[in-house]
Ligand binder design. Structure first.
Ligand SMILES: Cc1ncc(COP(=O)(O)O)c(C=O)c1O
Length: 389
């Protein structure tokens, strides 16, 4: 239905079924024009391009993101090449010389997980990792951990990368954090531009991280954070962008921070990703496609996919192997639990040989769905020829 936006990628991948869009979404053709516009602007304005970026491009993309998240503060959106930069910048607000407690889950993406594992080697850092499974009791167990541990930082994903489980009622988790000094970070990468997100009720309290590589269809190098307004945090890991715009008035230090989201800014970065992201927002707007429409389309494809699997009756890839049973609680990819890592890797390679592109994490096989999928193009018959032994 929406395939016309992706002509170049669809042409380049003819005969393939691309179920790894939850990692790398095809780029709509407008992003190619955006790259050319970036080049042209750089050639035209040379060093003066930066004022154009900060006066026009940044505020425009900030407005689109803020609207998508339901926030009232576009100026609180700040950009970086990856979410890891924000993760470490936020961590650098903690007093790492004192005892610090972090409550998180056992299913955070490597950018946070590896970093926190490294910090956990320090005697004064205590990391509490709440298992995400069983999903039905996740909120209750996570909230209990928050209440018991009185953490300095709470970090969790809105949709977990290793299962696709979409946390229900994130507001109630945030409301359970009573200490105003506790930092709260939501990794929204698998939710942003996939499912409708509304952080209006918690916008004063949370950092919300996401980026362009997945459902925002804009590629790498364009990640962002919503920074809670009026924060006085002073990240130790700071770059010169953090001093842009209006500065807070502080006499006891010559390191000044911006009053808005830029206080979590870094340093010189490639802005072509913002051009691409802007072009995607504008495309969707001009076509009248909302995140709700994208979500509804993907859910209908997921139903069709499971229906096709039911007909196939495969002993490995079937509804019983689904980690998240209800499509109402899953993100835009479905995760199937396989007997072991080896079978999963071989099955993914076999599917790839047969033009079915998936990805996997350990013993979990993931199938992602996008705007460019059509129900009548789903064909999984090759699965029947997979030899396990
Ligand atoms: C949940 C989640 N967060 C973040 C990222 C990306 O992290 P970074 O931008 O630090 O590479 C991914 C990428 O796959 C992810 O799945």
């Amino acid at each position: 239905m929406y395939q016309q936006f992706y002509q170049r990628f669809l042409k380049a991948n003819q005969g393939k079924q691309h179920y790894s869009c939850h990692s790398h979404y095809f780029w709509p053709d407008v992003t190619r024009d955006a790259m050319l516009a970036y080049w042209d602007d750089s050639a035209k304005w040379v060093d003066d391009k930066w004022s154009h970026f900060f006066k026009d491009v940044v505020p425009c993309v900030q407005r689109h993101i803020s609207h998508t998240l339901g926030t009232d503060y576009p100026e609180q959106i700040v950009f970086a090449p990856n979410t890891h930069e924000f993760v470490f910048r936020i961590l650098s607000c903690l007093d790492l010389a004192a005892t610090q407690t972090i409550v998180t889950t056992d299913s955070e993406f490597h950018s946070f997980n590896r970093q926190i594992n490294r910090l956990d080697e320090m005697d004064n850092i205590e990391v509490v990792r709440v298992p995400t499974q069983p999903f039905a009791t996740f909120n209750e167990r996570f909230i209990n951990a928050i209440q018991q541990c009185k953490p300095n930082l709470v970090f969790f994903s809105q949709v977990f990368f290793n299962s696709g489980y979409s946390v229900q009622n994130i507001d109630t988790i945030v409301e359970a954090v009573k200490d105003e000094d506790t930092l709260i970070v939501i990794d929204g990468y698998h939710a942003f531009m996939a499912q409708p997100v509304d952080i209006s009720a918690i916008q004063q309290r949370v950092f919300y991280l996401a980026g362009g590589y997945k459902y925002a269809q804009s590629g790498e190098g364009v990640c962002f954070a919503h920074v809670p307004p009026n924060t006085t945090l002073r990240p130790v890991y700071t770059g010169w962008y953090a001093e842009f715009g209006a500065l807070e008035k502080r006499k006891d230090s010559n390191v000044q921070y911006s009053d808005d989201g830029m206080r979590f800014g870094g340093a010189t970065m490639d802005f072509s990703g913002l051009y691409r992201m802007r072009s995607v927002f504008e495309l969707l707007l001009s076509e009248g496609i909302s995140v709700g429409d994208i979500h509804a389309h993907v859910k209908s494809i997921q139903h069709a996919f499971l229906f096709a699997l039911d007909k196939l009756n495969h002993h490995l890839v079937n509804r019983d192997a689904l980690l998240v049973k209800s499509l109402k609680q899953s993100g835009h990819f479905l995760t199937f639990s396989m007997p072991d890592d080896d079978i999963t890797a071989r099955l993914a390679a076999f599917l790839k040989e047969h033009g079915v592109l998936t990805d996997y994490r350990g013993d979990r096989l993931r199938f992602g769905f996008a705007l460019y999928h059509n129900a009548d193009e789903i064909d999984l018959t090759c699965l029947s020829n997979f030899k396990e032994g």
